[in-house]
Ligand binder design. Structure first.
Ligand code: PLP
Length: 428
């Protein structure tokens, strides 16, 4: 499989090159040259397949012959070391819980898959790769955990000072070994801009920089896996399925759309956002007009210029009429999100965290337009990661899961930086 740059379709590279580089030299995101639907028999038989078998079939064509089948099967198995239950919340509404992994966020899947691909590509080389990641919340922890101890890879995480939760900060500053954290005096977009700039800086060529944000295809594509798992669990209802993704950089929802292009019968996608509403405004007005990000209680989605939206535009040929057929996007304020967390809990006793609650709101809006369908929203993180919001709102005390307990007592180790020059100095 070849990948082309979305800035220049004649620039093509292999899977390995795209994974190792992250971003094309012209700053374009990589995109697969072709998408071949899986056979009908696969979907007819999906309830009899294991997670590993499903994931292997979904990812195989995107890796091609660059990783041998047995190795790819091992990578997939190690990636999927936890559960992805679709939990009924109310009539016809399900929560796809993506938080049962090591850092309790869906990004564990992409983080684990990518680190193992890179580990495979570096298997008998002395080159050192530096993974540079900007995080608005969960990416950092998941990437750090996914890469911890991977040979020949150093991970450097940039996060906006004061804009991630205490638990999130601990998850990315307490691991040690090959993982280093930088606390940036700025917002997420500043972190992301610094990372993008570093990739293009000739003065950093010797560091073999790569990204582990969802711009990297090995972080992005495995996110298809659990959309298949959701279908596997919901198929028996025999109704059209609406899927709502709480969206920040739009990598998760873009992977969902890819799954549909592989033939997965999802009827409609909803990209639910917080007040960072660049995409809902685009669908309404037709022009893409990114704004600086604003801080919200669903901080992993505080993204003013979602990096994966360009891939979604590619999938829909940037044609609003095509979008209209199966894609909507709605935005919600913090007040609406808080009211939803309370409402869901009071009626059903289900504890949603802010991202999931935004997903729930978008789902309900679309379901009202499409009677007879069932809906699933992605619960992208465990509520414990947002306990500052959830506990006072619901007046409850959440039990601390073992994955979180292990980081609570550890000391945060990070370096504070302000400018791109600070980052460069740190890297050199
Ligand atoms: C990263 C993240 C999101 C947003 O996912 P995208 O793929 O960037 O749209 C939503 N919720 C949580 C908890 C996250 O960590």
């Amino acid at each position: 499989m070849k990948y082309f740059s979305l800035n220049d379709k004649s620039h093509k590279v292999s899977f390995q090159q795209a994974v190792v580089a992250g971003l094309a030299p012209d700053r374009g995101l990589y995109f697969p040259e072709s998408i071949t639907p899986l056979p009908d028999s696969f979907f007819e038989n999906i309830e009899n397949l294991s997670h590993e078998e499903i994931a292997f079939e979904a990812i195989k064509q995107f890796v091609g012959d660059e990783i041998p089948e047995t190795e790819l099967k091992r990578i997939v198995a190690e990636t999927l070391c936890f559960d992805f239950p679709c939990v009924p919340v109310e009539d016809n509404v399900f929560s796809l819980e993506l938080f049962h992994g090591p850092t309790m966020a869906f990004k564990d899947v992409g983080g684990r898959f990518m680190s193992r691909c890179l580990g495979y590509f570096n298997r008998d080389k002395d080159i050192k790769n530096t993974v540079l990641v900007a995080t608005s919340g969960d990416t950092g922890g998941a990437v750090a955990s996914g890469f911890l101890g991977v040979k020949g890879v150093e991970v450097i995480i940039l996060y906006p000072s004061g804009k991630v939760s205490d638990i999130q900060e601990r998850q990315l500053t307490t691991l040690g070994q090959n993982i280093k954290a930088l606390e940036v005096d700025g917002v997420f977009d500043d972190c992301q801009d610094m990372v993008k700039k570093a990739f293009l800086d000739d003065g950093l060529k010797h560091k073999n920089l790569t990204s582990a944000n969802s711009i990297n295809i090995a972080r992005w594509l495995p996110q298809m896996f659990y959309i298949f798992f959701a279908y596997q669990q919901l198929k028996k209802h025999n109704k059209p399925i609406i899927l709502s993704c709480p969206s920040g950089n739009f990598g998760n929802i873009c992977a969902g759309i890819m799954a549909k292009r592989l033939g997965l019968p999802i009827t409609h996608f909803v990209a639910s956002t917080n007040s960072n509403d660049t995409v809902p405004r685009f669908l309404e007005k037709g022009n893409y007009d990114p704004k600086p990000s604003v801080a919200t209680i669903s901080n992993a989605m505080d993204v003013g210029n979602p990096s994966n939206f360009i891939r979604i535009q590619e999938l829909y040929h940037n044609d609003l009429n095509e979008f209209e057929k199966d894609f909507s996007s709605y935005s919600y304020t913090d007040a609406q999100t808080e009211a939803a967390i309370k409402d869901i809990y009071n009626r059903t006793k289900y504890v949603a965290e802010p991202h999931g609650a935004v997903g729930y709101l978008g789902l309900k809006k679309e379901m009202a337009k499409q009677p007879g369908s069932i809906g699933v929203f992605l619960e992208t993180a465990h509520p414990i990661k947002f306990l500052d919001v959830v506990e006072p709102l619901l007046n409850i005390k959440l039990p601390i899961p073992k994955q979180i307990e292990s980081v609570l007592g550890k000391e945060k180790v990070r370096t504070k930086i302000k400018t791109y020059e600070d980052l460069k100095q740190f890297l050199n």
